[in-house]
Write a protein that binds this ligand. Structure first.
Ligand SMILES: [Zn+2]
Length: 493
């Protein structure tokens, strides 16, 4: 397993979704190509470069076939291929070769070849179009929008993924002429406004994993002005390479927040903090930098979401995804009456601390009632039989120290398991696109479009999307508006 740790999270997803031969999916043959006119647009180049990276992270066997291009795209793709490879960089092949041996072909532009396992994609304004079937899509890619380009690439690579893993038919199917407007969340909707010349706000990005990396990828392509703080307490592990856009193999072992901040702009108004959200809130905001107006989350835990909400900024936007590739974006504007992240994301019915301690240590309920005393033979006799030998070796130490030690061990075990928790890079990227769409919308219009939560299944397709309304919950602290207004006034100043 350790040899394949870099694809462990994708493999965990595949195991749940594939028809059978899922262990073979990384060695199947994939081709990236495109129409000359589409590739020469800014959207076409963005789609090609994002799609190449995403394909490399799910497959060992990616080829690229480009028509004759003026400009730097060919060089950029070759350089990206070397830079982001785990082992094998993609091979460049001729456009007029025999393509019948490929298991999936992803093409930028509207051309379709019905005799091949072909997916075509385009991006124009806020409209992402993808087809793997008989229905054609519009060729126009002329209105630049890096968010839509990444969204189209994510949807396109998801189509490749469905083919490679032979997705179980009851879980989803290939898209046929899907046209999604990110701007109004509808199929066949509007192209929406242009990206403005300047997007000004003090931002915090929480989490520099799969979703956070893709949020940063997009922020780097937008005309952003203002302070930006990236917060993540972890270092990159090999499993992150399989899901994080722009992560190089040589960066495994380094602090996530610093790597991502460095990509955005070293020094200056961008900072990476290798710490927790709570510590950043307490020690950093208001002291070292201004209090963030907008918080963007790419987190995978409930507590971290609650900590991010507790910053009580003007706006929190949160990206999320499930193992079955359900992708979500939610937003809480402080001025609105809609549910906050504390309302939306709740722990399962509370577990008593002592029950967790019993599970962590193997000690009995009675033994854990007084912890400021040495562990006795009587405690060991009453403990879980499977844990008695380990506990006996610690006789005489305080119960309290055993609870602390075994609690930490249980936590590191669960963090280790995170490396194998299901995730795929293209779903994380799509989630990031939804988050950054809401950021741009808010900065253009003063409002968000998700009230408060919008979700879509990448397996079934954009026509499953739904808006889920929710008001502030009666038992949530976001109802104490006056109190929080005072906190906001004192912090934001
Ligand atoms: Zn709430």
């Amino acid at each position: 397993m350790s040899a394949d740790l870099h694809r462990s999270r994708t493999a965990a997803t595949v195991a749940a979704l594939a028809s059978g031969n899922e262990h073979r999916f990384t060695s199947k043959r994939v081709l990236l190509t495109g129409d000359r006119d589409a590739l020469l647009t800014a959207n076409g180049a963005d789609m090609a470069r994002a799609a190449l990276q995403l394909l490399m992270r799910i497959s060992d066997n990616v080829d690229v076939a480009l028509p004759l291009l003026s400009g730097s795209l060919g060089t950029d793709l070759a350089r990206d291929g070397e830079r982001f490879a785990w082992d094998r960089a993609p091979q460049f092949v001729a456009c007029d070769g025999d393509w019948s041996g490929y298991d999936a072909i992803l093409s930028i532009g509207s051309s379709v070849r019905a005799d091949l396992p072909w997916t075509a994609m385009t991006a124009n304004g806020w409209i992402a179009s993808v087809t793997s079937g008989a229905r054609g899509i519009a060729a126009d890619c002329s209105r630049p929008n890096p968010i839509t380009a990444l969204a189209a690439a994510s949807l396109g690579v998801c189509e490749v993924f469905k083919r490679l893993i032979e997705l179980r038919p009851e879980l989803g199917e290939l898209l046929d002429g899907s046209v999604l407007s990110l701007w109004d969340h509808t199929l066949g909707g509007s192209e929406g406004p242009d990206i403005p010349a300047k997007l000004e706000a003090d931002l915090m990005v929480n989490g520099a994993g799969a979703i956070g990396s893709a949020i940063a990828h997009l922020l780097a392509r937008l005309p952003r002005v203002g302070e930006l703080t990236v917060v993540d307490k972890q270092d990159y592990g090999p499993e992150n390479w399989g899901t994080c856009l722009d992560l190089e193999r040589s960066q495994v072992g380094q602090p996530k927040a610093e790597i991502v901040a460095h990509r955005l702009q070293p020094g200056g108004s961008v900072r990476g903090l290798n710490t927790t959200i709570k510590a950043a809130t307490k020690d950093h905001f208001g002291a070292v930098t201004r209090w963030p107006e907008i918080v963007l989350n790419g987190l995978d835990g409930i507590d971290a979401r609650h900590d991010a909400q507790e910053i009580w900024p003007d706006l929190v936007i949160d990206g999320a995804l499930d193992a079955d590739l359900q992708v979500r974006v939610s937003a809480h504007e402080w001025a609105s009456d809609r549910a906050c992240l504390r309302c939306l994301y709740q722990h399962p019915p509370g577990e008593l601390a002592v029950v967790k301690q019993m599970r962590d240590t193997g000690l009995s309920w009675a033994s854990l009632q007084n912890q400021d005393r040495p562990l006795t033979e009587q405690d060991v006799a009453a403990a879980d039989p499977a844990r008695q030998a380990g506990l006996r070796s610690r006789l005489g130490r305080t119960v309290c120290s055993i609870v602390t030690e075994d609690g930490a061990r249980a936590m590191s075990r669960s963090q280790l398991d995170e490396g194998f928790s299901p995730s795929v890079p293209f779903a994380a990227c799509f989630s990031a696109c939804l988050v950054v769409t809401e950021l741009v919308r808010y900065l253009i219009t003063g409002e968000v479009g998700v009230r408060p939560l919008w979700q879509v299944s990448m397996l079934i397709g954009p026509d499953t999307a739904q808006m889920l309304p929710d008001k502030r919950h009666a038992d949530c602290r976001c109802r104490h508006r006056e109190l929080i207004d005072k906190v906001r006034a004192s912090c934001i100043g």
